[in-house]
Write a protein that binds this ligand. Structure first.
Ligand code: SF4
Length: 247
């Protein structure tokens, strides 16, 4: 029997959060996550999904990518669309590793977004790894696997999702303690409040006593502290309704 993955959705949209933001990207959202971050906007991927053989997933990616093969419209230096594995937590399913290898072999620029609680060292080195360091307001700060830091390369990215002043101070402290700015680009992503449809009872609560930070406050703190990080908002939530799936 062929290797399979449980897939929540595969769709073509624009990459919304990273140094690749704004570029066409095919997302492969895998089912299941063992964290329950307070701000999670994809709780529907915790359980909803369908088992698919790897060749079927690859065929779907190639079908979605086909319109970009027009030589008159293609770009000079990079093959688009990108392909990103996301979730849920894509590393919970071991067949995510051979899928990424096959996508790289096929010439795609492959990204993975991982919550940072699982070993990234077995991922194909051609893949650009976007690794979260979970801040205190997520409720999952104890799950950070700090041994991952030693495996990061300059092509990878570290993402801090920031919803409170405490998150900001914690992130700033981690950057200094681990000298993260010398490793790879750092992303400070503002927590977009969840729409009522996105609330899920299983999510952790923001620990008591934390002070929410607005996106403007976050931007101004970065400027005032002269932090060498990239501020970002989830652009797909500005373009489309925040609760819309498949974008
Ligand atoms: S790591 Fe957190 S934000 Fe990401 S899917 Fe899991 S619960 Fe949601």
């Amino acid at each position: 029997m062929s290797d399979t993955l449980v897939v929540n959705e595969i769709y073509l949209s624009l990459q919304g959060e990273s140094t690749f933001a704004g570029l066409p990207c095919i997302f492969i959202r895998l089912t299941a996550c063992d964290l329950r971050c307070s701000y999670c906007d994809t709780a529907y991927a915790f359980t909803e999904g369908k088992k698919k053989p790897l060749p079927e997933i690859l065929a779907e990616v190639k079908r979605l990518a086909k319109p970009f093969s027009n030589p008159q419209l293609s770009t000079l230096n990079s093959q688009l669309p990108l392909v990103e594995l996301t979730g849920g937590e894509p590393l919970l399913q071991k067949n995510s590793l051979p899928l990424m290898e096959s996508l790289c072999d096929d010439g795609f620029t492959v990204l993975i977004e991982t919550g940072g609680a699982h070993d990234i060292s077995k991922i194909d080195p051609r893949v650009r790894r976007i690794v979260d360091l979970k801040c205190p307001s997520s409720g999952e700060v104890e799950r950070n696997l700090f041994t991952n830091i030693a495996h990061l390369k300059s092509g990878d990215e570290i993402k801090f999702v920031i919803g409170t002043i405490e998150d900001y101070d914690w992130a700033k402290g981690q950057i200094a303690t681990h000298n993260l700015g010398k490793i790879c680009p750092l992303l400070f992503s503002w927590v977009h409040p969840l729409a009522p449809e996105q609330q899920n009872k299983s999510l952790k609560r923001v620990p008591a006593g934390q002070t929410p930070v607005s996106r403007r406050e976050l931007a101004e703190k970065i400027i005032a502290d002269a932090l060498s990080v990239r501020f970002q908002i989830q652009q797909h939530k500005i373009i489309w309704p925040p609760e819309q799936r498949g974008v």
